[in-house]
Design a protein around this ligand. Structure first.
Ligand code: ADP
Ligand code: MG
Ligand code: MG
Length: 931
């Protein structure tokens, strides 16, 4: 019989940490904690397979489930020594908690205090000798159950929440401010009123039967897998909708039974900076959700838990270390202290910023806890870019007014305009994708996710380092300052007031997530610590701890990776920066960028009517280009440099406004009408597929000749200075070998002429960019001539998908919303389509020329998933913009390590690494090999 229910607790535990796919992260880790002897309230997990079944069978459960749940309930009763729904002795209460394979904080629903009704509440009051506590639990339960299970949660910001309204009215009547000041009599009245509200809105009585309550909650948790915010979250983090969630039913323990009780959330290392030591938030005499919800300002564990509860603190810090050593990773822990007894409710690998990820991983290697390989594998490659992002500091802060200070929750510097409503922020961003927004909220909730996503920074007045705002912004890598109590926010008037100064919606502020400081107006940024060491040389490595971590991680990555990394760079400055960030060569120099620096000469060439005129106009350009190339060759001192010949259509270089055309005519000494006629001639309906790339050099061979001559003369000049030089001349947009042969002939003739005259012959290659489907499918033919291929995946995506990058903005958002595309194909390589074309080209290219050099120079060269794909299909290098180089280095190392692991796993078990610890079905096996 299929096993759908897995028990955990002191007496016996069925699952363990390796079973995340089946039990969800929360369930698997609860089982693991129970297994290693930590204090976990007993409970059971209903597997993710039931969720899949639930959605495949019209919200029905497998028939075997009920009996298995009943048995598991009995097991909890035995271990905890209490009975569910007991009318005589202390009753057992349970929570019902969601838990997917990867944690989705706050995205799905949880119900606490299940099992209470008018009779059990009396027993709870008597046995706990605390009437207020019992009725407070009951009040919370009816409210949570109503919101989550009976779907009474307000749907929009303007809907009223019947429970909140009744609660407010009660507080008003009682003349108190805080929920905690309500007397038992008030709470009793509230429960009655809540239940009446349920009856009124749903037409049904609130369920009294404890088991019926459990099933209601289980159904609601499974149902919450498909709520809007969970779907948005999964899309954002690439979690497949098919995974489903597990449900955990667990004995309740109480942090709200007086001042010897508490509840809290902690990290074993600082989630923002990675520094060693427990940090976190807790509340005395409170229940679970209060801490994360930001309703009451929590206390900081590292500051006062040891004073408030010395014995519990000691036990807790011990358990936290056990967990970190056991999982060998930073842990994010939820716990409750009931009358001085510690209970563990959750542990998971902590979400962290890029800073913390790098710092903690490098520290752990140095502490001997993990290997360099493990450190590399666990840092999301994109996260290292955070270490290069600009910060506030130095001269930029001069004259800037610090207006408030909060908790430094998500590092980074952000300047933007204040918005208070997440949906408005999103709307502003939809209109203008480069809008700079600071989202200012009392606290954030999962509903605010879309607004948080588009904000540059987040500022909240409530909530601590473990609040929702802090957690989510850390994961998104956004600057966040939270718990900034000095700020008074008024959503109605859309203002925030600090002291006597009021800020309105749209006003500019700046937040520094490193220091927690908030500034008035725009604050200019300065380079990050890493770049101060590498580019500016204004900091010494020994004075830059973050740089040291970065450098250590990069050197380990270089040790493991097989792919070379190159940079896309157009001038000596960029070339130097690229080398500082680890470039082993240049994969793309765009020659047209140089033409913009000498635009008048270039325009003269375009306006020439005869070949003789054109050649005359090209002469000064040759000089300029040669100088530019010499600079790059010198900077790269012997590393290979790929130079692409002129690519964009000529109309991009001429003025389109009448006024500018008249000015140009004057400068060139020709008639304005001649300029405008030439501009009109150059007009194309679809320039992306027009007269560009090699088609220019074929119609205007003198341009190709000039560029080849400039490259070769520059190489010769530099070699004569004693600097080695390896130019690779790249012809763009080749679709046919005949095009290649045409251009190759011109290039080789120019090269021979230059070298003969100089008496020096550098090593040089002539190759092509592969950016047309025709080039891919005829790559064997093209490789007969081309000595290297470089995949221009920007154009290959445009031509392969038939989607213009300049126009796809009008529909890509809808495509992503509707899951028609899981990723933006211009950011992450479309591996099946464009990647499929690349595979064909690689295979055919190699069949004709076994030692052909293969690289990629599109934007995708700096995207982790695409880099890993390039490793898989056996390219020799990836090339990306200099600031993406660290990402490429790390991703390339990760690809090599994964490959090594997969090979080892195949040898030992015949299954692949990712499937080894779980299910091998088509939706679980990530790599598609199905074990
Ligand atoms: P989330 O996934 O949103 O964190 P959880 O299932 O972890 O939701 O529940 C939120 C909080 O509720 C927990 O951090 C914990 O404080 C409290 N909680 C859940 N189950 C129990 C329980 N059995 N006893 C006491 N508190 C609980
Ligand atoms: Mg939790
Ligand atoms: Mg191109």
């Amino acid at each position: 019989m299929a096993k759908y229910v897995y028990s955990f607790g002191k007496d016996s535990t069925d699952g363990d940490a390796t079973m995340k796919n089946l039990l969800g992260g929360k369930g698997a880790n609860l089982a693991e904690m129970a297994k290693i002897g930590l204090p976990v309230p007993s409970g059971f997990t209903i597997t993710t397979e039931v969720c899949t079944y639930f959605y495949a069978n019209g919200h029905q459960y497998p028939p075997e489930l009920e009996a298995q749940v009943n048995d598991a309930m009995v097991a909890i009763e035995k271990t905890m020594g209490k009975k569910f729904g007991d009318h005589k002795d202390m009753p057992l209460l349970v929570s019902c908690r969601s838990g997917a394979r990867e944690s989705m904080p706050g995205m799905m629903d949880t119900v606490l205090n299940i099992g209470l009704n008018d009779r059990t509440v009396e027993v709870l009051a008597k046995e706990s000798q605390d009437e207020r506590f019992a009725w407070d639990c009951y009040r919370r339960f009816v409210q949570m159950y109503g919101d989550v299970v009976l779907d009474m949660k307000p749907k929009t910001k303007t809907d009223i929440d019947p429970f909140e309204e009744l609660l407010e009215a009660k507080k008003h009547k009682a003349g108190v401010k805080e929920d905690s000041e309500l007397k038992p009599a008030h709470l009793k009245e509230l429960v009655k009123e809540f239940k009446a509200a349920v009856k009124k809105q749903t037409g049904k009585d609130f369920p009294d039967d404890p088991m019926e309550q459990v099933w209601g909650a289980v159904g609601a948790v499974f149902g919450s897998w498909m709520n809007d915010r969970a779907i948005v979250y999964r899309r954002m983090y690439g979690i497949p909708h098919e995974w489903g969630t597990a449900v955990n039913v667990q004995a309740m323990v109480f942090g709200n039974m007086g001042d010897t009780c508490a509840t809290g959330v902690a990290l074993t290392r600082n989630g923002a900076t990675g520094e060693k030591g427990i940090t976190g938030d807790y509340l005395v005499n409170a229940q679970g959700e209060d801490v994360v919800a930001g309703i009451r300002m929590p206390k900081r564990i590292e500051e006062s838990l040891n004073k408030d509860m010395p014995t519990s603190w000691e036990e807790f810090s011990k358990v936290a270390m056990i967990l970190e050593n056991h999982y060998k990773d930073v842990q994010d822990i939820e716990f409750t202290i009931e009358k001085q007894k510690l209970w563990m409710l959750q542990t998971r690998n902590a979400k962290r910023t890029g800073f913390a990820a790098v710092r903690a991983a490098v520290d752990m290697v140095n502490e001997g806890l993990i290997t360099p390989e493990q450190a590399i594998a666990r840092i999301p490659a994109n996260d290292v870019t955070q270490l290069l992002q600009p910060v506030f500091g130095g001269a930029g802060l001069k004259g800037k007014k610090e207006i408030a200070k909060g908790i430094n929750a998500g590092p980074g510097a952000a300047t933007g305009q204040i918005y208070f409503q997440p949906d408005e922020a999103e709307a502003v961003w939809q209109k203008k994708n480069d809008a700079e927004i600071i989202l200012v909220r009392l606290e954030t909730t999962p509903e605010d996710l879309r607004g948080m996503k588009v904000a540059k920074g987040i500022l909240t007045s409530r909530g601590g380092a473990a609040s929702h705002a802090a957690l989510v912004s850390r994961q998104m890598g956004k600057a966040c300052v939270c718990g900034c109590e000095a700020i008074n926010i008024d959503y109605k008037t859309e203002t925030m007031t600090i002291g006597d100064k009021t800020f309105k919606k749209g006003d500019w502020i700046s937040v520094d997530g490193f220091t927690g400081k908030v500034y008035e107006g725009k604050v200019p940024t300065s380079p990050s610590e890493v770049l101060q060491v590498l580019f500016e040389k204004s900091l010494k490595p020994k004075d830059a701890p973050l740089y040291q971590c970065f450098q250590q991680l990069m050197s380990w990555s270089d040790r493991f990776r097989k792919l070379d990394v190159r940079a896309n760079a157009d001038n000596p400055k960029e070339s130097n920066e690229a080398i500082a960030l680890g470039a082993q060569g240049i994969g793309l120099t765009r020659t047209e960028h140089m033409f913009f620096d000498h635009i008048d000469d270039f325009r003269k060439m375009i306006l020439s009517e005869t070949i003789a005129d054109r050649e005359k106009a090209l002469a000064p350009l040759l000089k300029h280009q040669q100088t530019d190339f010499e600079g790059i060759f010198r900077a790269m001192s012997g590393r290979p440099v790929t130079i692409r010949l002129l690519d964009p259509p000529l109309h991009e270089f001429v003025p389109h406004e009448e006024k500018d055309q008249a000015e140009l005519a004057k400068k060139m000494g020709i008639k304005p009408a001649d300029v405008s006629r030439r501009v009109k001639e150059l007009h194309e309906f679809n320039p992306m597929l027009g007269h560009r790339g090699c088609r220019l050099g074929i119609v205007y061979p003198e341009i190709t000749r000039m560029q080849a001559t400039a490259i070769c003369q520059a190489a010769v000049a530099v070699m004569k200075e004693g600097i080695d030089c390896h130019p690779e001349i790249m012809i763009p947009l080749i679709g046919n070998i005949t095009e290649f042969r045409n251009q190759e002939k011109i290039i080789r003739e120019a090269a021979t002429a230059v070298f003969k005259k100089a008496g020096v012959t550098p090593d040089y290659l002539v190759g092509t960019m592969i950016e047309l489907p025709r080039a891919c499918v005829t790559a064997d033919k093209i490789a007969e001539g081309a000595e290297f291929f470089s995949f221009g995946t920007n154009d290959l995506t445009q031509t392969g998908l038939g989607i213009s990058r300049d126009d796809y903005g009008t529909f890509i958002n809808e495509y992503r919303e509707m899951d028609i595309f899981s990723d933006d194909p211009f950011q992450t390589l479309d591996q099946d389509g464009v990647g499929g074309l690349m595979k064909i080209a690689v295979e055919k290219g190699r069949s004709a020329r076994s030692d052909i050099k293969l690289g990629i120079c599109g934007e995708h060269g700096g995207d982790p998933a695409s880099v890993k794909f390039c490793h898989k299909i056996g390219l020799s290098y990836v090339s990306c913009s200099p600031l993406r180089l660290p990402v490429a280095r790390l991703a390339a190392a990760q690809a090599a390590i994964t490959e090594k692991k997969e090979k080892a796993a195949k040898k030992t078990s015949g299954g692949c690494e990712c499937c080894k610890d779980g299910c091998k079905c088509c939706c679980c096996c990530k790599c598609g090999c199905r074990g």
